[in-house]
Write a protein that binds this ligand. Structure first.
Ligand code: ADP
Length: 349
């Protein structure tokens, strides 16, 4: 009895996901950390088949607990596994499984422990991205500037003004990359504190849509703001930061759009929050790259200039306000970027 109590206390307080199944794969135990990681409540999974709840799409093949602990009866440690949460969000788990035997050596089921390593994976990817960015984009600009400077110094420049203009453009690119990097670092280390004030999101969107219309016009892109709301749509937020998000998303919608494309901006208000959507008919994002586009320095395409930081900055800003940001995209058809913001940001900042 005491042993049972100790077992329950340990399982409940374990800071990692823990679940056990019987020899048929029916869930017997599911701790609190497992609830937080997966989004499923204990009551929803106990007594049900582990595979039918967690691996609906892949079946037994995609289930380490079933394949290793129940079928081959071999323990597996630290296996990385993509997992779809109850909310639909895809995360990466680090999973270990083992078969279970009772004191007489009879096989009685399997145990799985798991950790959410999505953030660790993202940081790993960002570290690689940052090296690629410095090694590639910044080095390219510096090499070009050095080449043109040497040509000017040797007196062989056919058009001095033109060469200097190229150098300035390259240096501007480097300056832009570095200032975006600094802005991102400040946001990431929570050094930037939003200055919350009442802002009219309706007017702000209208103004930014108007400003981008000139750039959009150059590519013959039609941009429209569609909403059933009436001004003002007040929210409590940092004006400069939200403007930055809108400009980033609108810039991208133009940059990654096709000639003669369309951009539709929507604003929807519910009781607690506002939803802003920016839909384009552009190049879209391949499905296997979609989960990385909010990573710092990640660029799904190198056909246009950019730092790969705009979306990660936007994500930091929106989450700092207690909102969510996500993208839906069909490759070669277009993308929709959406974000929500609480009407009254009560988030402790
Ligand atoms: P960048 O400076 O490269 O535009 P972002 O962080 O703004 O950086 O975007 C990251 C990547 O996501 C881009 O390089 C691009 O590949 C992809 N992306 C962003 N917005 C769109 C869009 N509207 N359509 C297609 N791809 C997009």
């Amino acid at each position: 009895m005491i042993k049972q109590k100790i077992y329950e206390t340990i399982v409940k307080n374990l800071p990692i996901g823990f679940t056990t199944v019987d020899e048929e794969g029916i869930t017997i135990d599911f701790n609190e950390a497992a609830e937080v990681i997966t989004g499923f409540k204990k009551e929803e999974v106990i007594g049900k088949s582990h595979v039918s709840i967690f691996h609906q799409k892949t079946g037994v093949e995609g289930c380490p607990l079933f394949r290793h602990a129940l079928i081959s009866k071999e323990p597996v440690t630290a296996k990385e596994k993509k997992f779809v949460k109850k909310s639909g969000e895809v995360i990466t788990l680090l999973v270990s499984v083992a078969p279970l035997y009772d004191s007489e050596g009879k096989f009685i089921g399997g145990v799985e422990i798991f950790r959410d390593i999505t953030d660790i994976k993202r940081i790993e990817r960002e570290r690689k991205n940052i090296l690629a960015m410095f090694a590639h984009d910044i080095k390219n600009s510096i090499t070009t500037s050095l080449g043109f400077t040497s040509r000017i110094l040797s007196g062989k420049s056919p058009d001095l003004k033109e060469d200097l203009k190229i150098i300035i453009d390259e240096l501007k690119t480097v300056e832009h990359l570095i200032s975006e990097f600094l802005e991102f670092s400040k946001l990431e280390s929570k050094e930037t504190i939003p200055n919350l004030e009442e802002i009219d999101l309706y007017q702000m969107i209208l103004k930014e849509v108007d400003s981008i219309a000139i750039e959009a016009g150059k590519k013959n892109i039609n941009i429209s703001f569609v909403t059933d709301e009436h001004p003002p749509v007040f929210i409590k937020a940092d004006e400069t930061m939200i403007k930055r998000v809108l400009i980033n998303l609108l810039d991208n919608a133009v940059k990654y759009n096709i000639i003669g494309g369309k951009i539709t901006v929507r604003l929807i208000r519910t009781d607690q929050e506002v939803l802003v959507q920016i839909e384009d008919t552009g190049i879209g994002i391949p499905e296997d790259k979609q989960h990385m586009i909010f990573d710092a320095f990640y660029r799904a395409t190198h056909t246009h200039k950019g730092s790969g930081l705009g979306l990660s900055i936007a994500k930091q800003i929106i989450e700092l306000h207690g909102g969510r940001i996500w993208a839906e995209s069909v490759y070669k058809k277009g993308s929709t970027f959406s974000f929500t913001l609480p009407i009254n940001s009560k988030k402790e900042i």
